[in-house]
Every structure is written in C-alpha cells, then in structure tokens.
Design a protein around this ligand. Sequence first.
Ligand SMILES: C[S@@+](CC[C@H](N)C(=O)[O-])C[C@H]1O[C@@H](n2cnc3c(N)ncnc32)[C@H](O)[C@@H]1O
Length: 230
Amino acid sequence: MSVSGPLLGKLIVTPRPLFDYRNMFLLTDEELVAGPILDCPAGASPFGAQVRARGGKAVSVDPIYGPRTAVESRVAADLAHVHQWLAAGPVGLDWSYLGSADAMLRAFEVSADFFLADYAEGGPNYVAAGLPALPFADGEFGLTLSSHLLFTYPEYVSHDQHVSFLLEMARVTSGEVRVCPVADPAGVPYPRLDEVRTELASHGVSTELRQANSAYSKGGDDMLVCRRIP
Ligand SMILES: C[S@@+](CC[C@H](N)C(=O)[O-])C[C@H]1O[C@@H](n2cnc3c(N)ncnc32)[C@H](O)[C@@H]1O
C-alpha cells in the first residue's frame, strides 16, 4: 500500500489519554485495577494518572523524563509540531474517531496538562528509561501497553529493535504485552510483522493479532498481543 501526504518527520512525544488507551487496547474496568500496568512508551500520556485515580497501579516509562522544565518544553514543542502536521493535511487519519483537527488538538492539550500536573521527576510513577533496557524485574507487571512507537516509526526503529523491544517488554510482564497500532500514522501496516512474530516465537513469546477499536489511522486498528510461553 502506498500513500502520499506530509510525513510526521520526527518521533514526537504525544499525550493520548485513557479514553484512547481503552480503545486501542480494549481495556476493561477490571483490567485497569487488576495489578501493576506498565505504559511504555508513555510520553506525555496521563494514562498512569488516570489509572491511579481509579484505584489502580501504573508506571509510565519514557526516555524524555527528567527535569520538569525540559519535559514541559518538549511537550509544548511537540504539540506545536502536531499542529503544523495537521494543518498540512496528513492522509489516513480516522476522522470518524478523531472528529476534527481542532477536536484532536483540544483533547491533546487537556491530556498534556493532566500529565504535567501529575508528573514528578524521580518518583515511582515516572521512570526515565528506554527500550530495550527496562529497570524492572522479570514478570513485575501484569499487563504492559505500548502505543505509537513500535510499528509506527519504521524509519526510526529498526527491524532488530522491534524484536528486542518486544522481548524486553515480555520479560517484565507476567500477562499480556499489547502493542497498538501495527501500522504507521498513515495506516500503512508494518511490512515485516510476520518476521517479527516468527523471531518472537523462536524466543518463547507467542503472539496474536486482535482487532481493536481505533488507533487514529484508518487501517491501524489491529493490536499485537505478546505473551511469554511458560
Ligand atoms: C508518539 S509517543 C507515544 C506516547 C503515548 N504512548 C501516546 O500514545 O500518546 C512515542 C514516545 O516514544 C518515546 N521513545 C522513543 N524511543 C524510545 C525507547 N527506546 N524506549 C521507550 N520509549 C521511547 C518517545 O520519547 C515518545 O515519548
């Protein structure tokens, strides 16, 4: 499949909220409070704060976490970049889900504010780290969620990195690792998904594809579910 339209052009920090995570990962109310959830990469998402507001436990991981002023500047700069990208008319976005560019930007701004209000450098809820090296014990999390890094940015994440990132998330997870979307922002499916799944299987990680509700792009609705084979 080929598409045309302005490219995103950089790996941005985004603030998708719990509402989007519920759709992307088919999360139930029970799953939200069942046990520790890892959000990696969390970026500027308030997902962890929203899980904790509901009585659950969640840890957000992203390499950008550090001093508040730097995080605030990065989030503001990347929201401005999203604004420019939307103004340039990107193709493939699912407007039946997003509503409009203005509605998407309003939701992003509120989410980013919620994230920044909760963000604390060096605390247990926001861990500065990056795949493929997570500072957690084997099976520490019951569920791991990973949105809009793997498969979304094939120009920045190599094939081998996809495999090592997924193996590392499977290592720290006793239940499922859910990854969404498995397509780029224009909805183009990741071309080497079958190879990734074969390599994961050879390392003792089973995979399946499940249809989710929406991942922003038409054609980007599938989620990849990975689980260590006992
Ligand atoms: C598009 S954001 C997604 C954030 C959030 N999941 C969402 O959907 O709004 C991608 C994030 O991946 C982070 N990232 C880049 N390289 C990474 C790595 N090696 N390990 C973990 N996160 C990484 C970036 O800092 C950025 O915040």
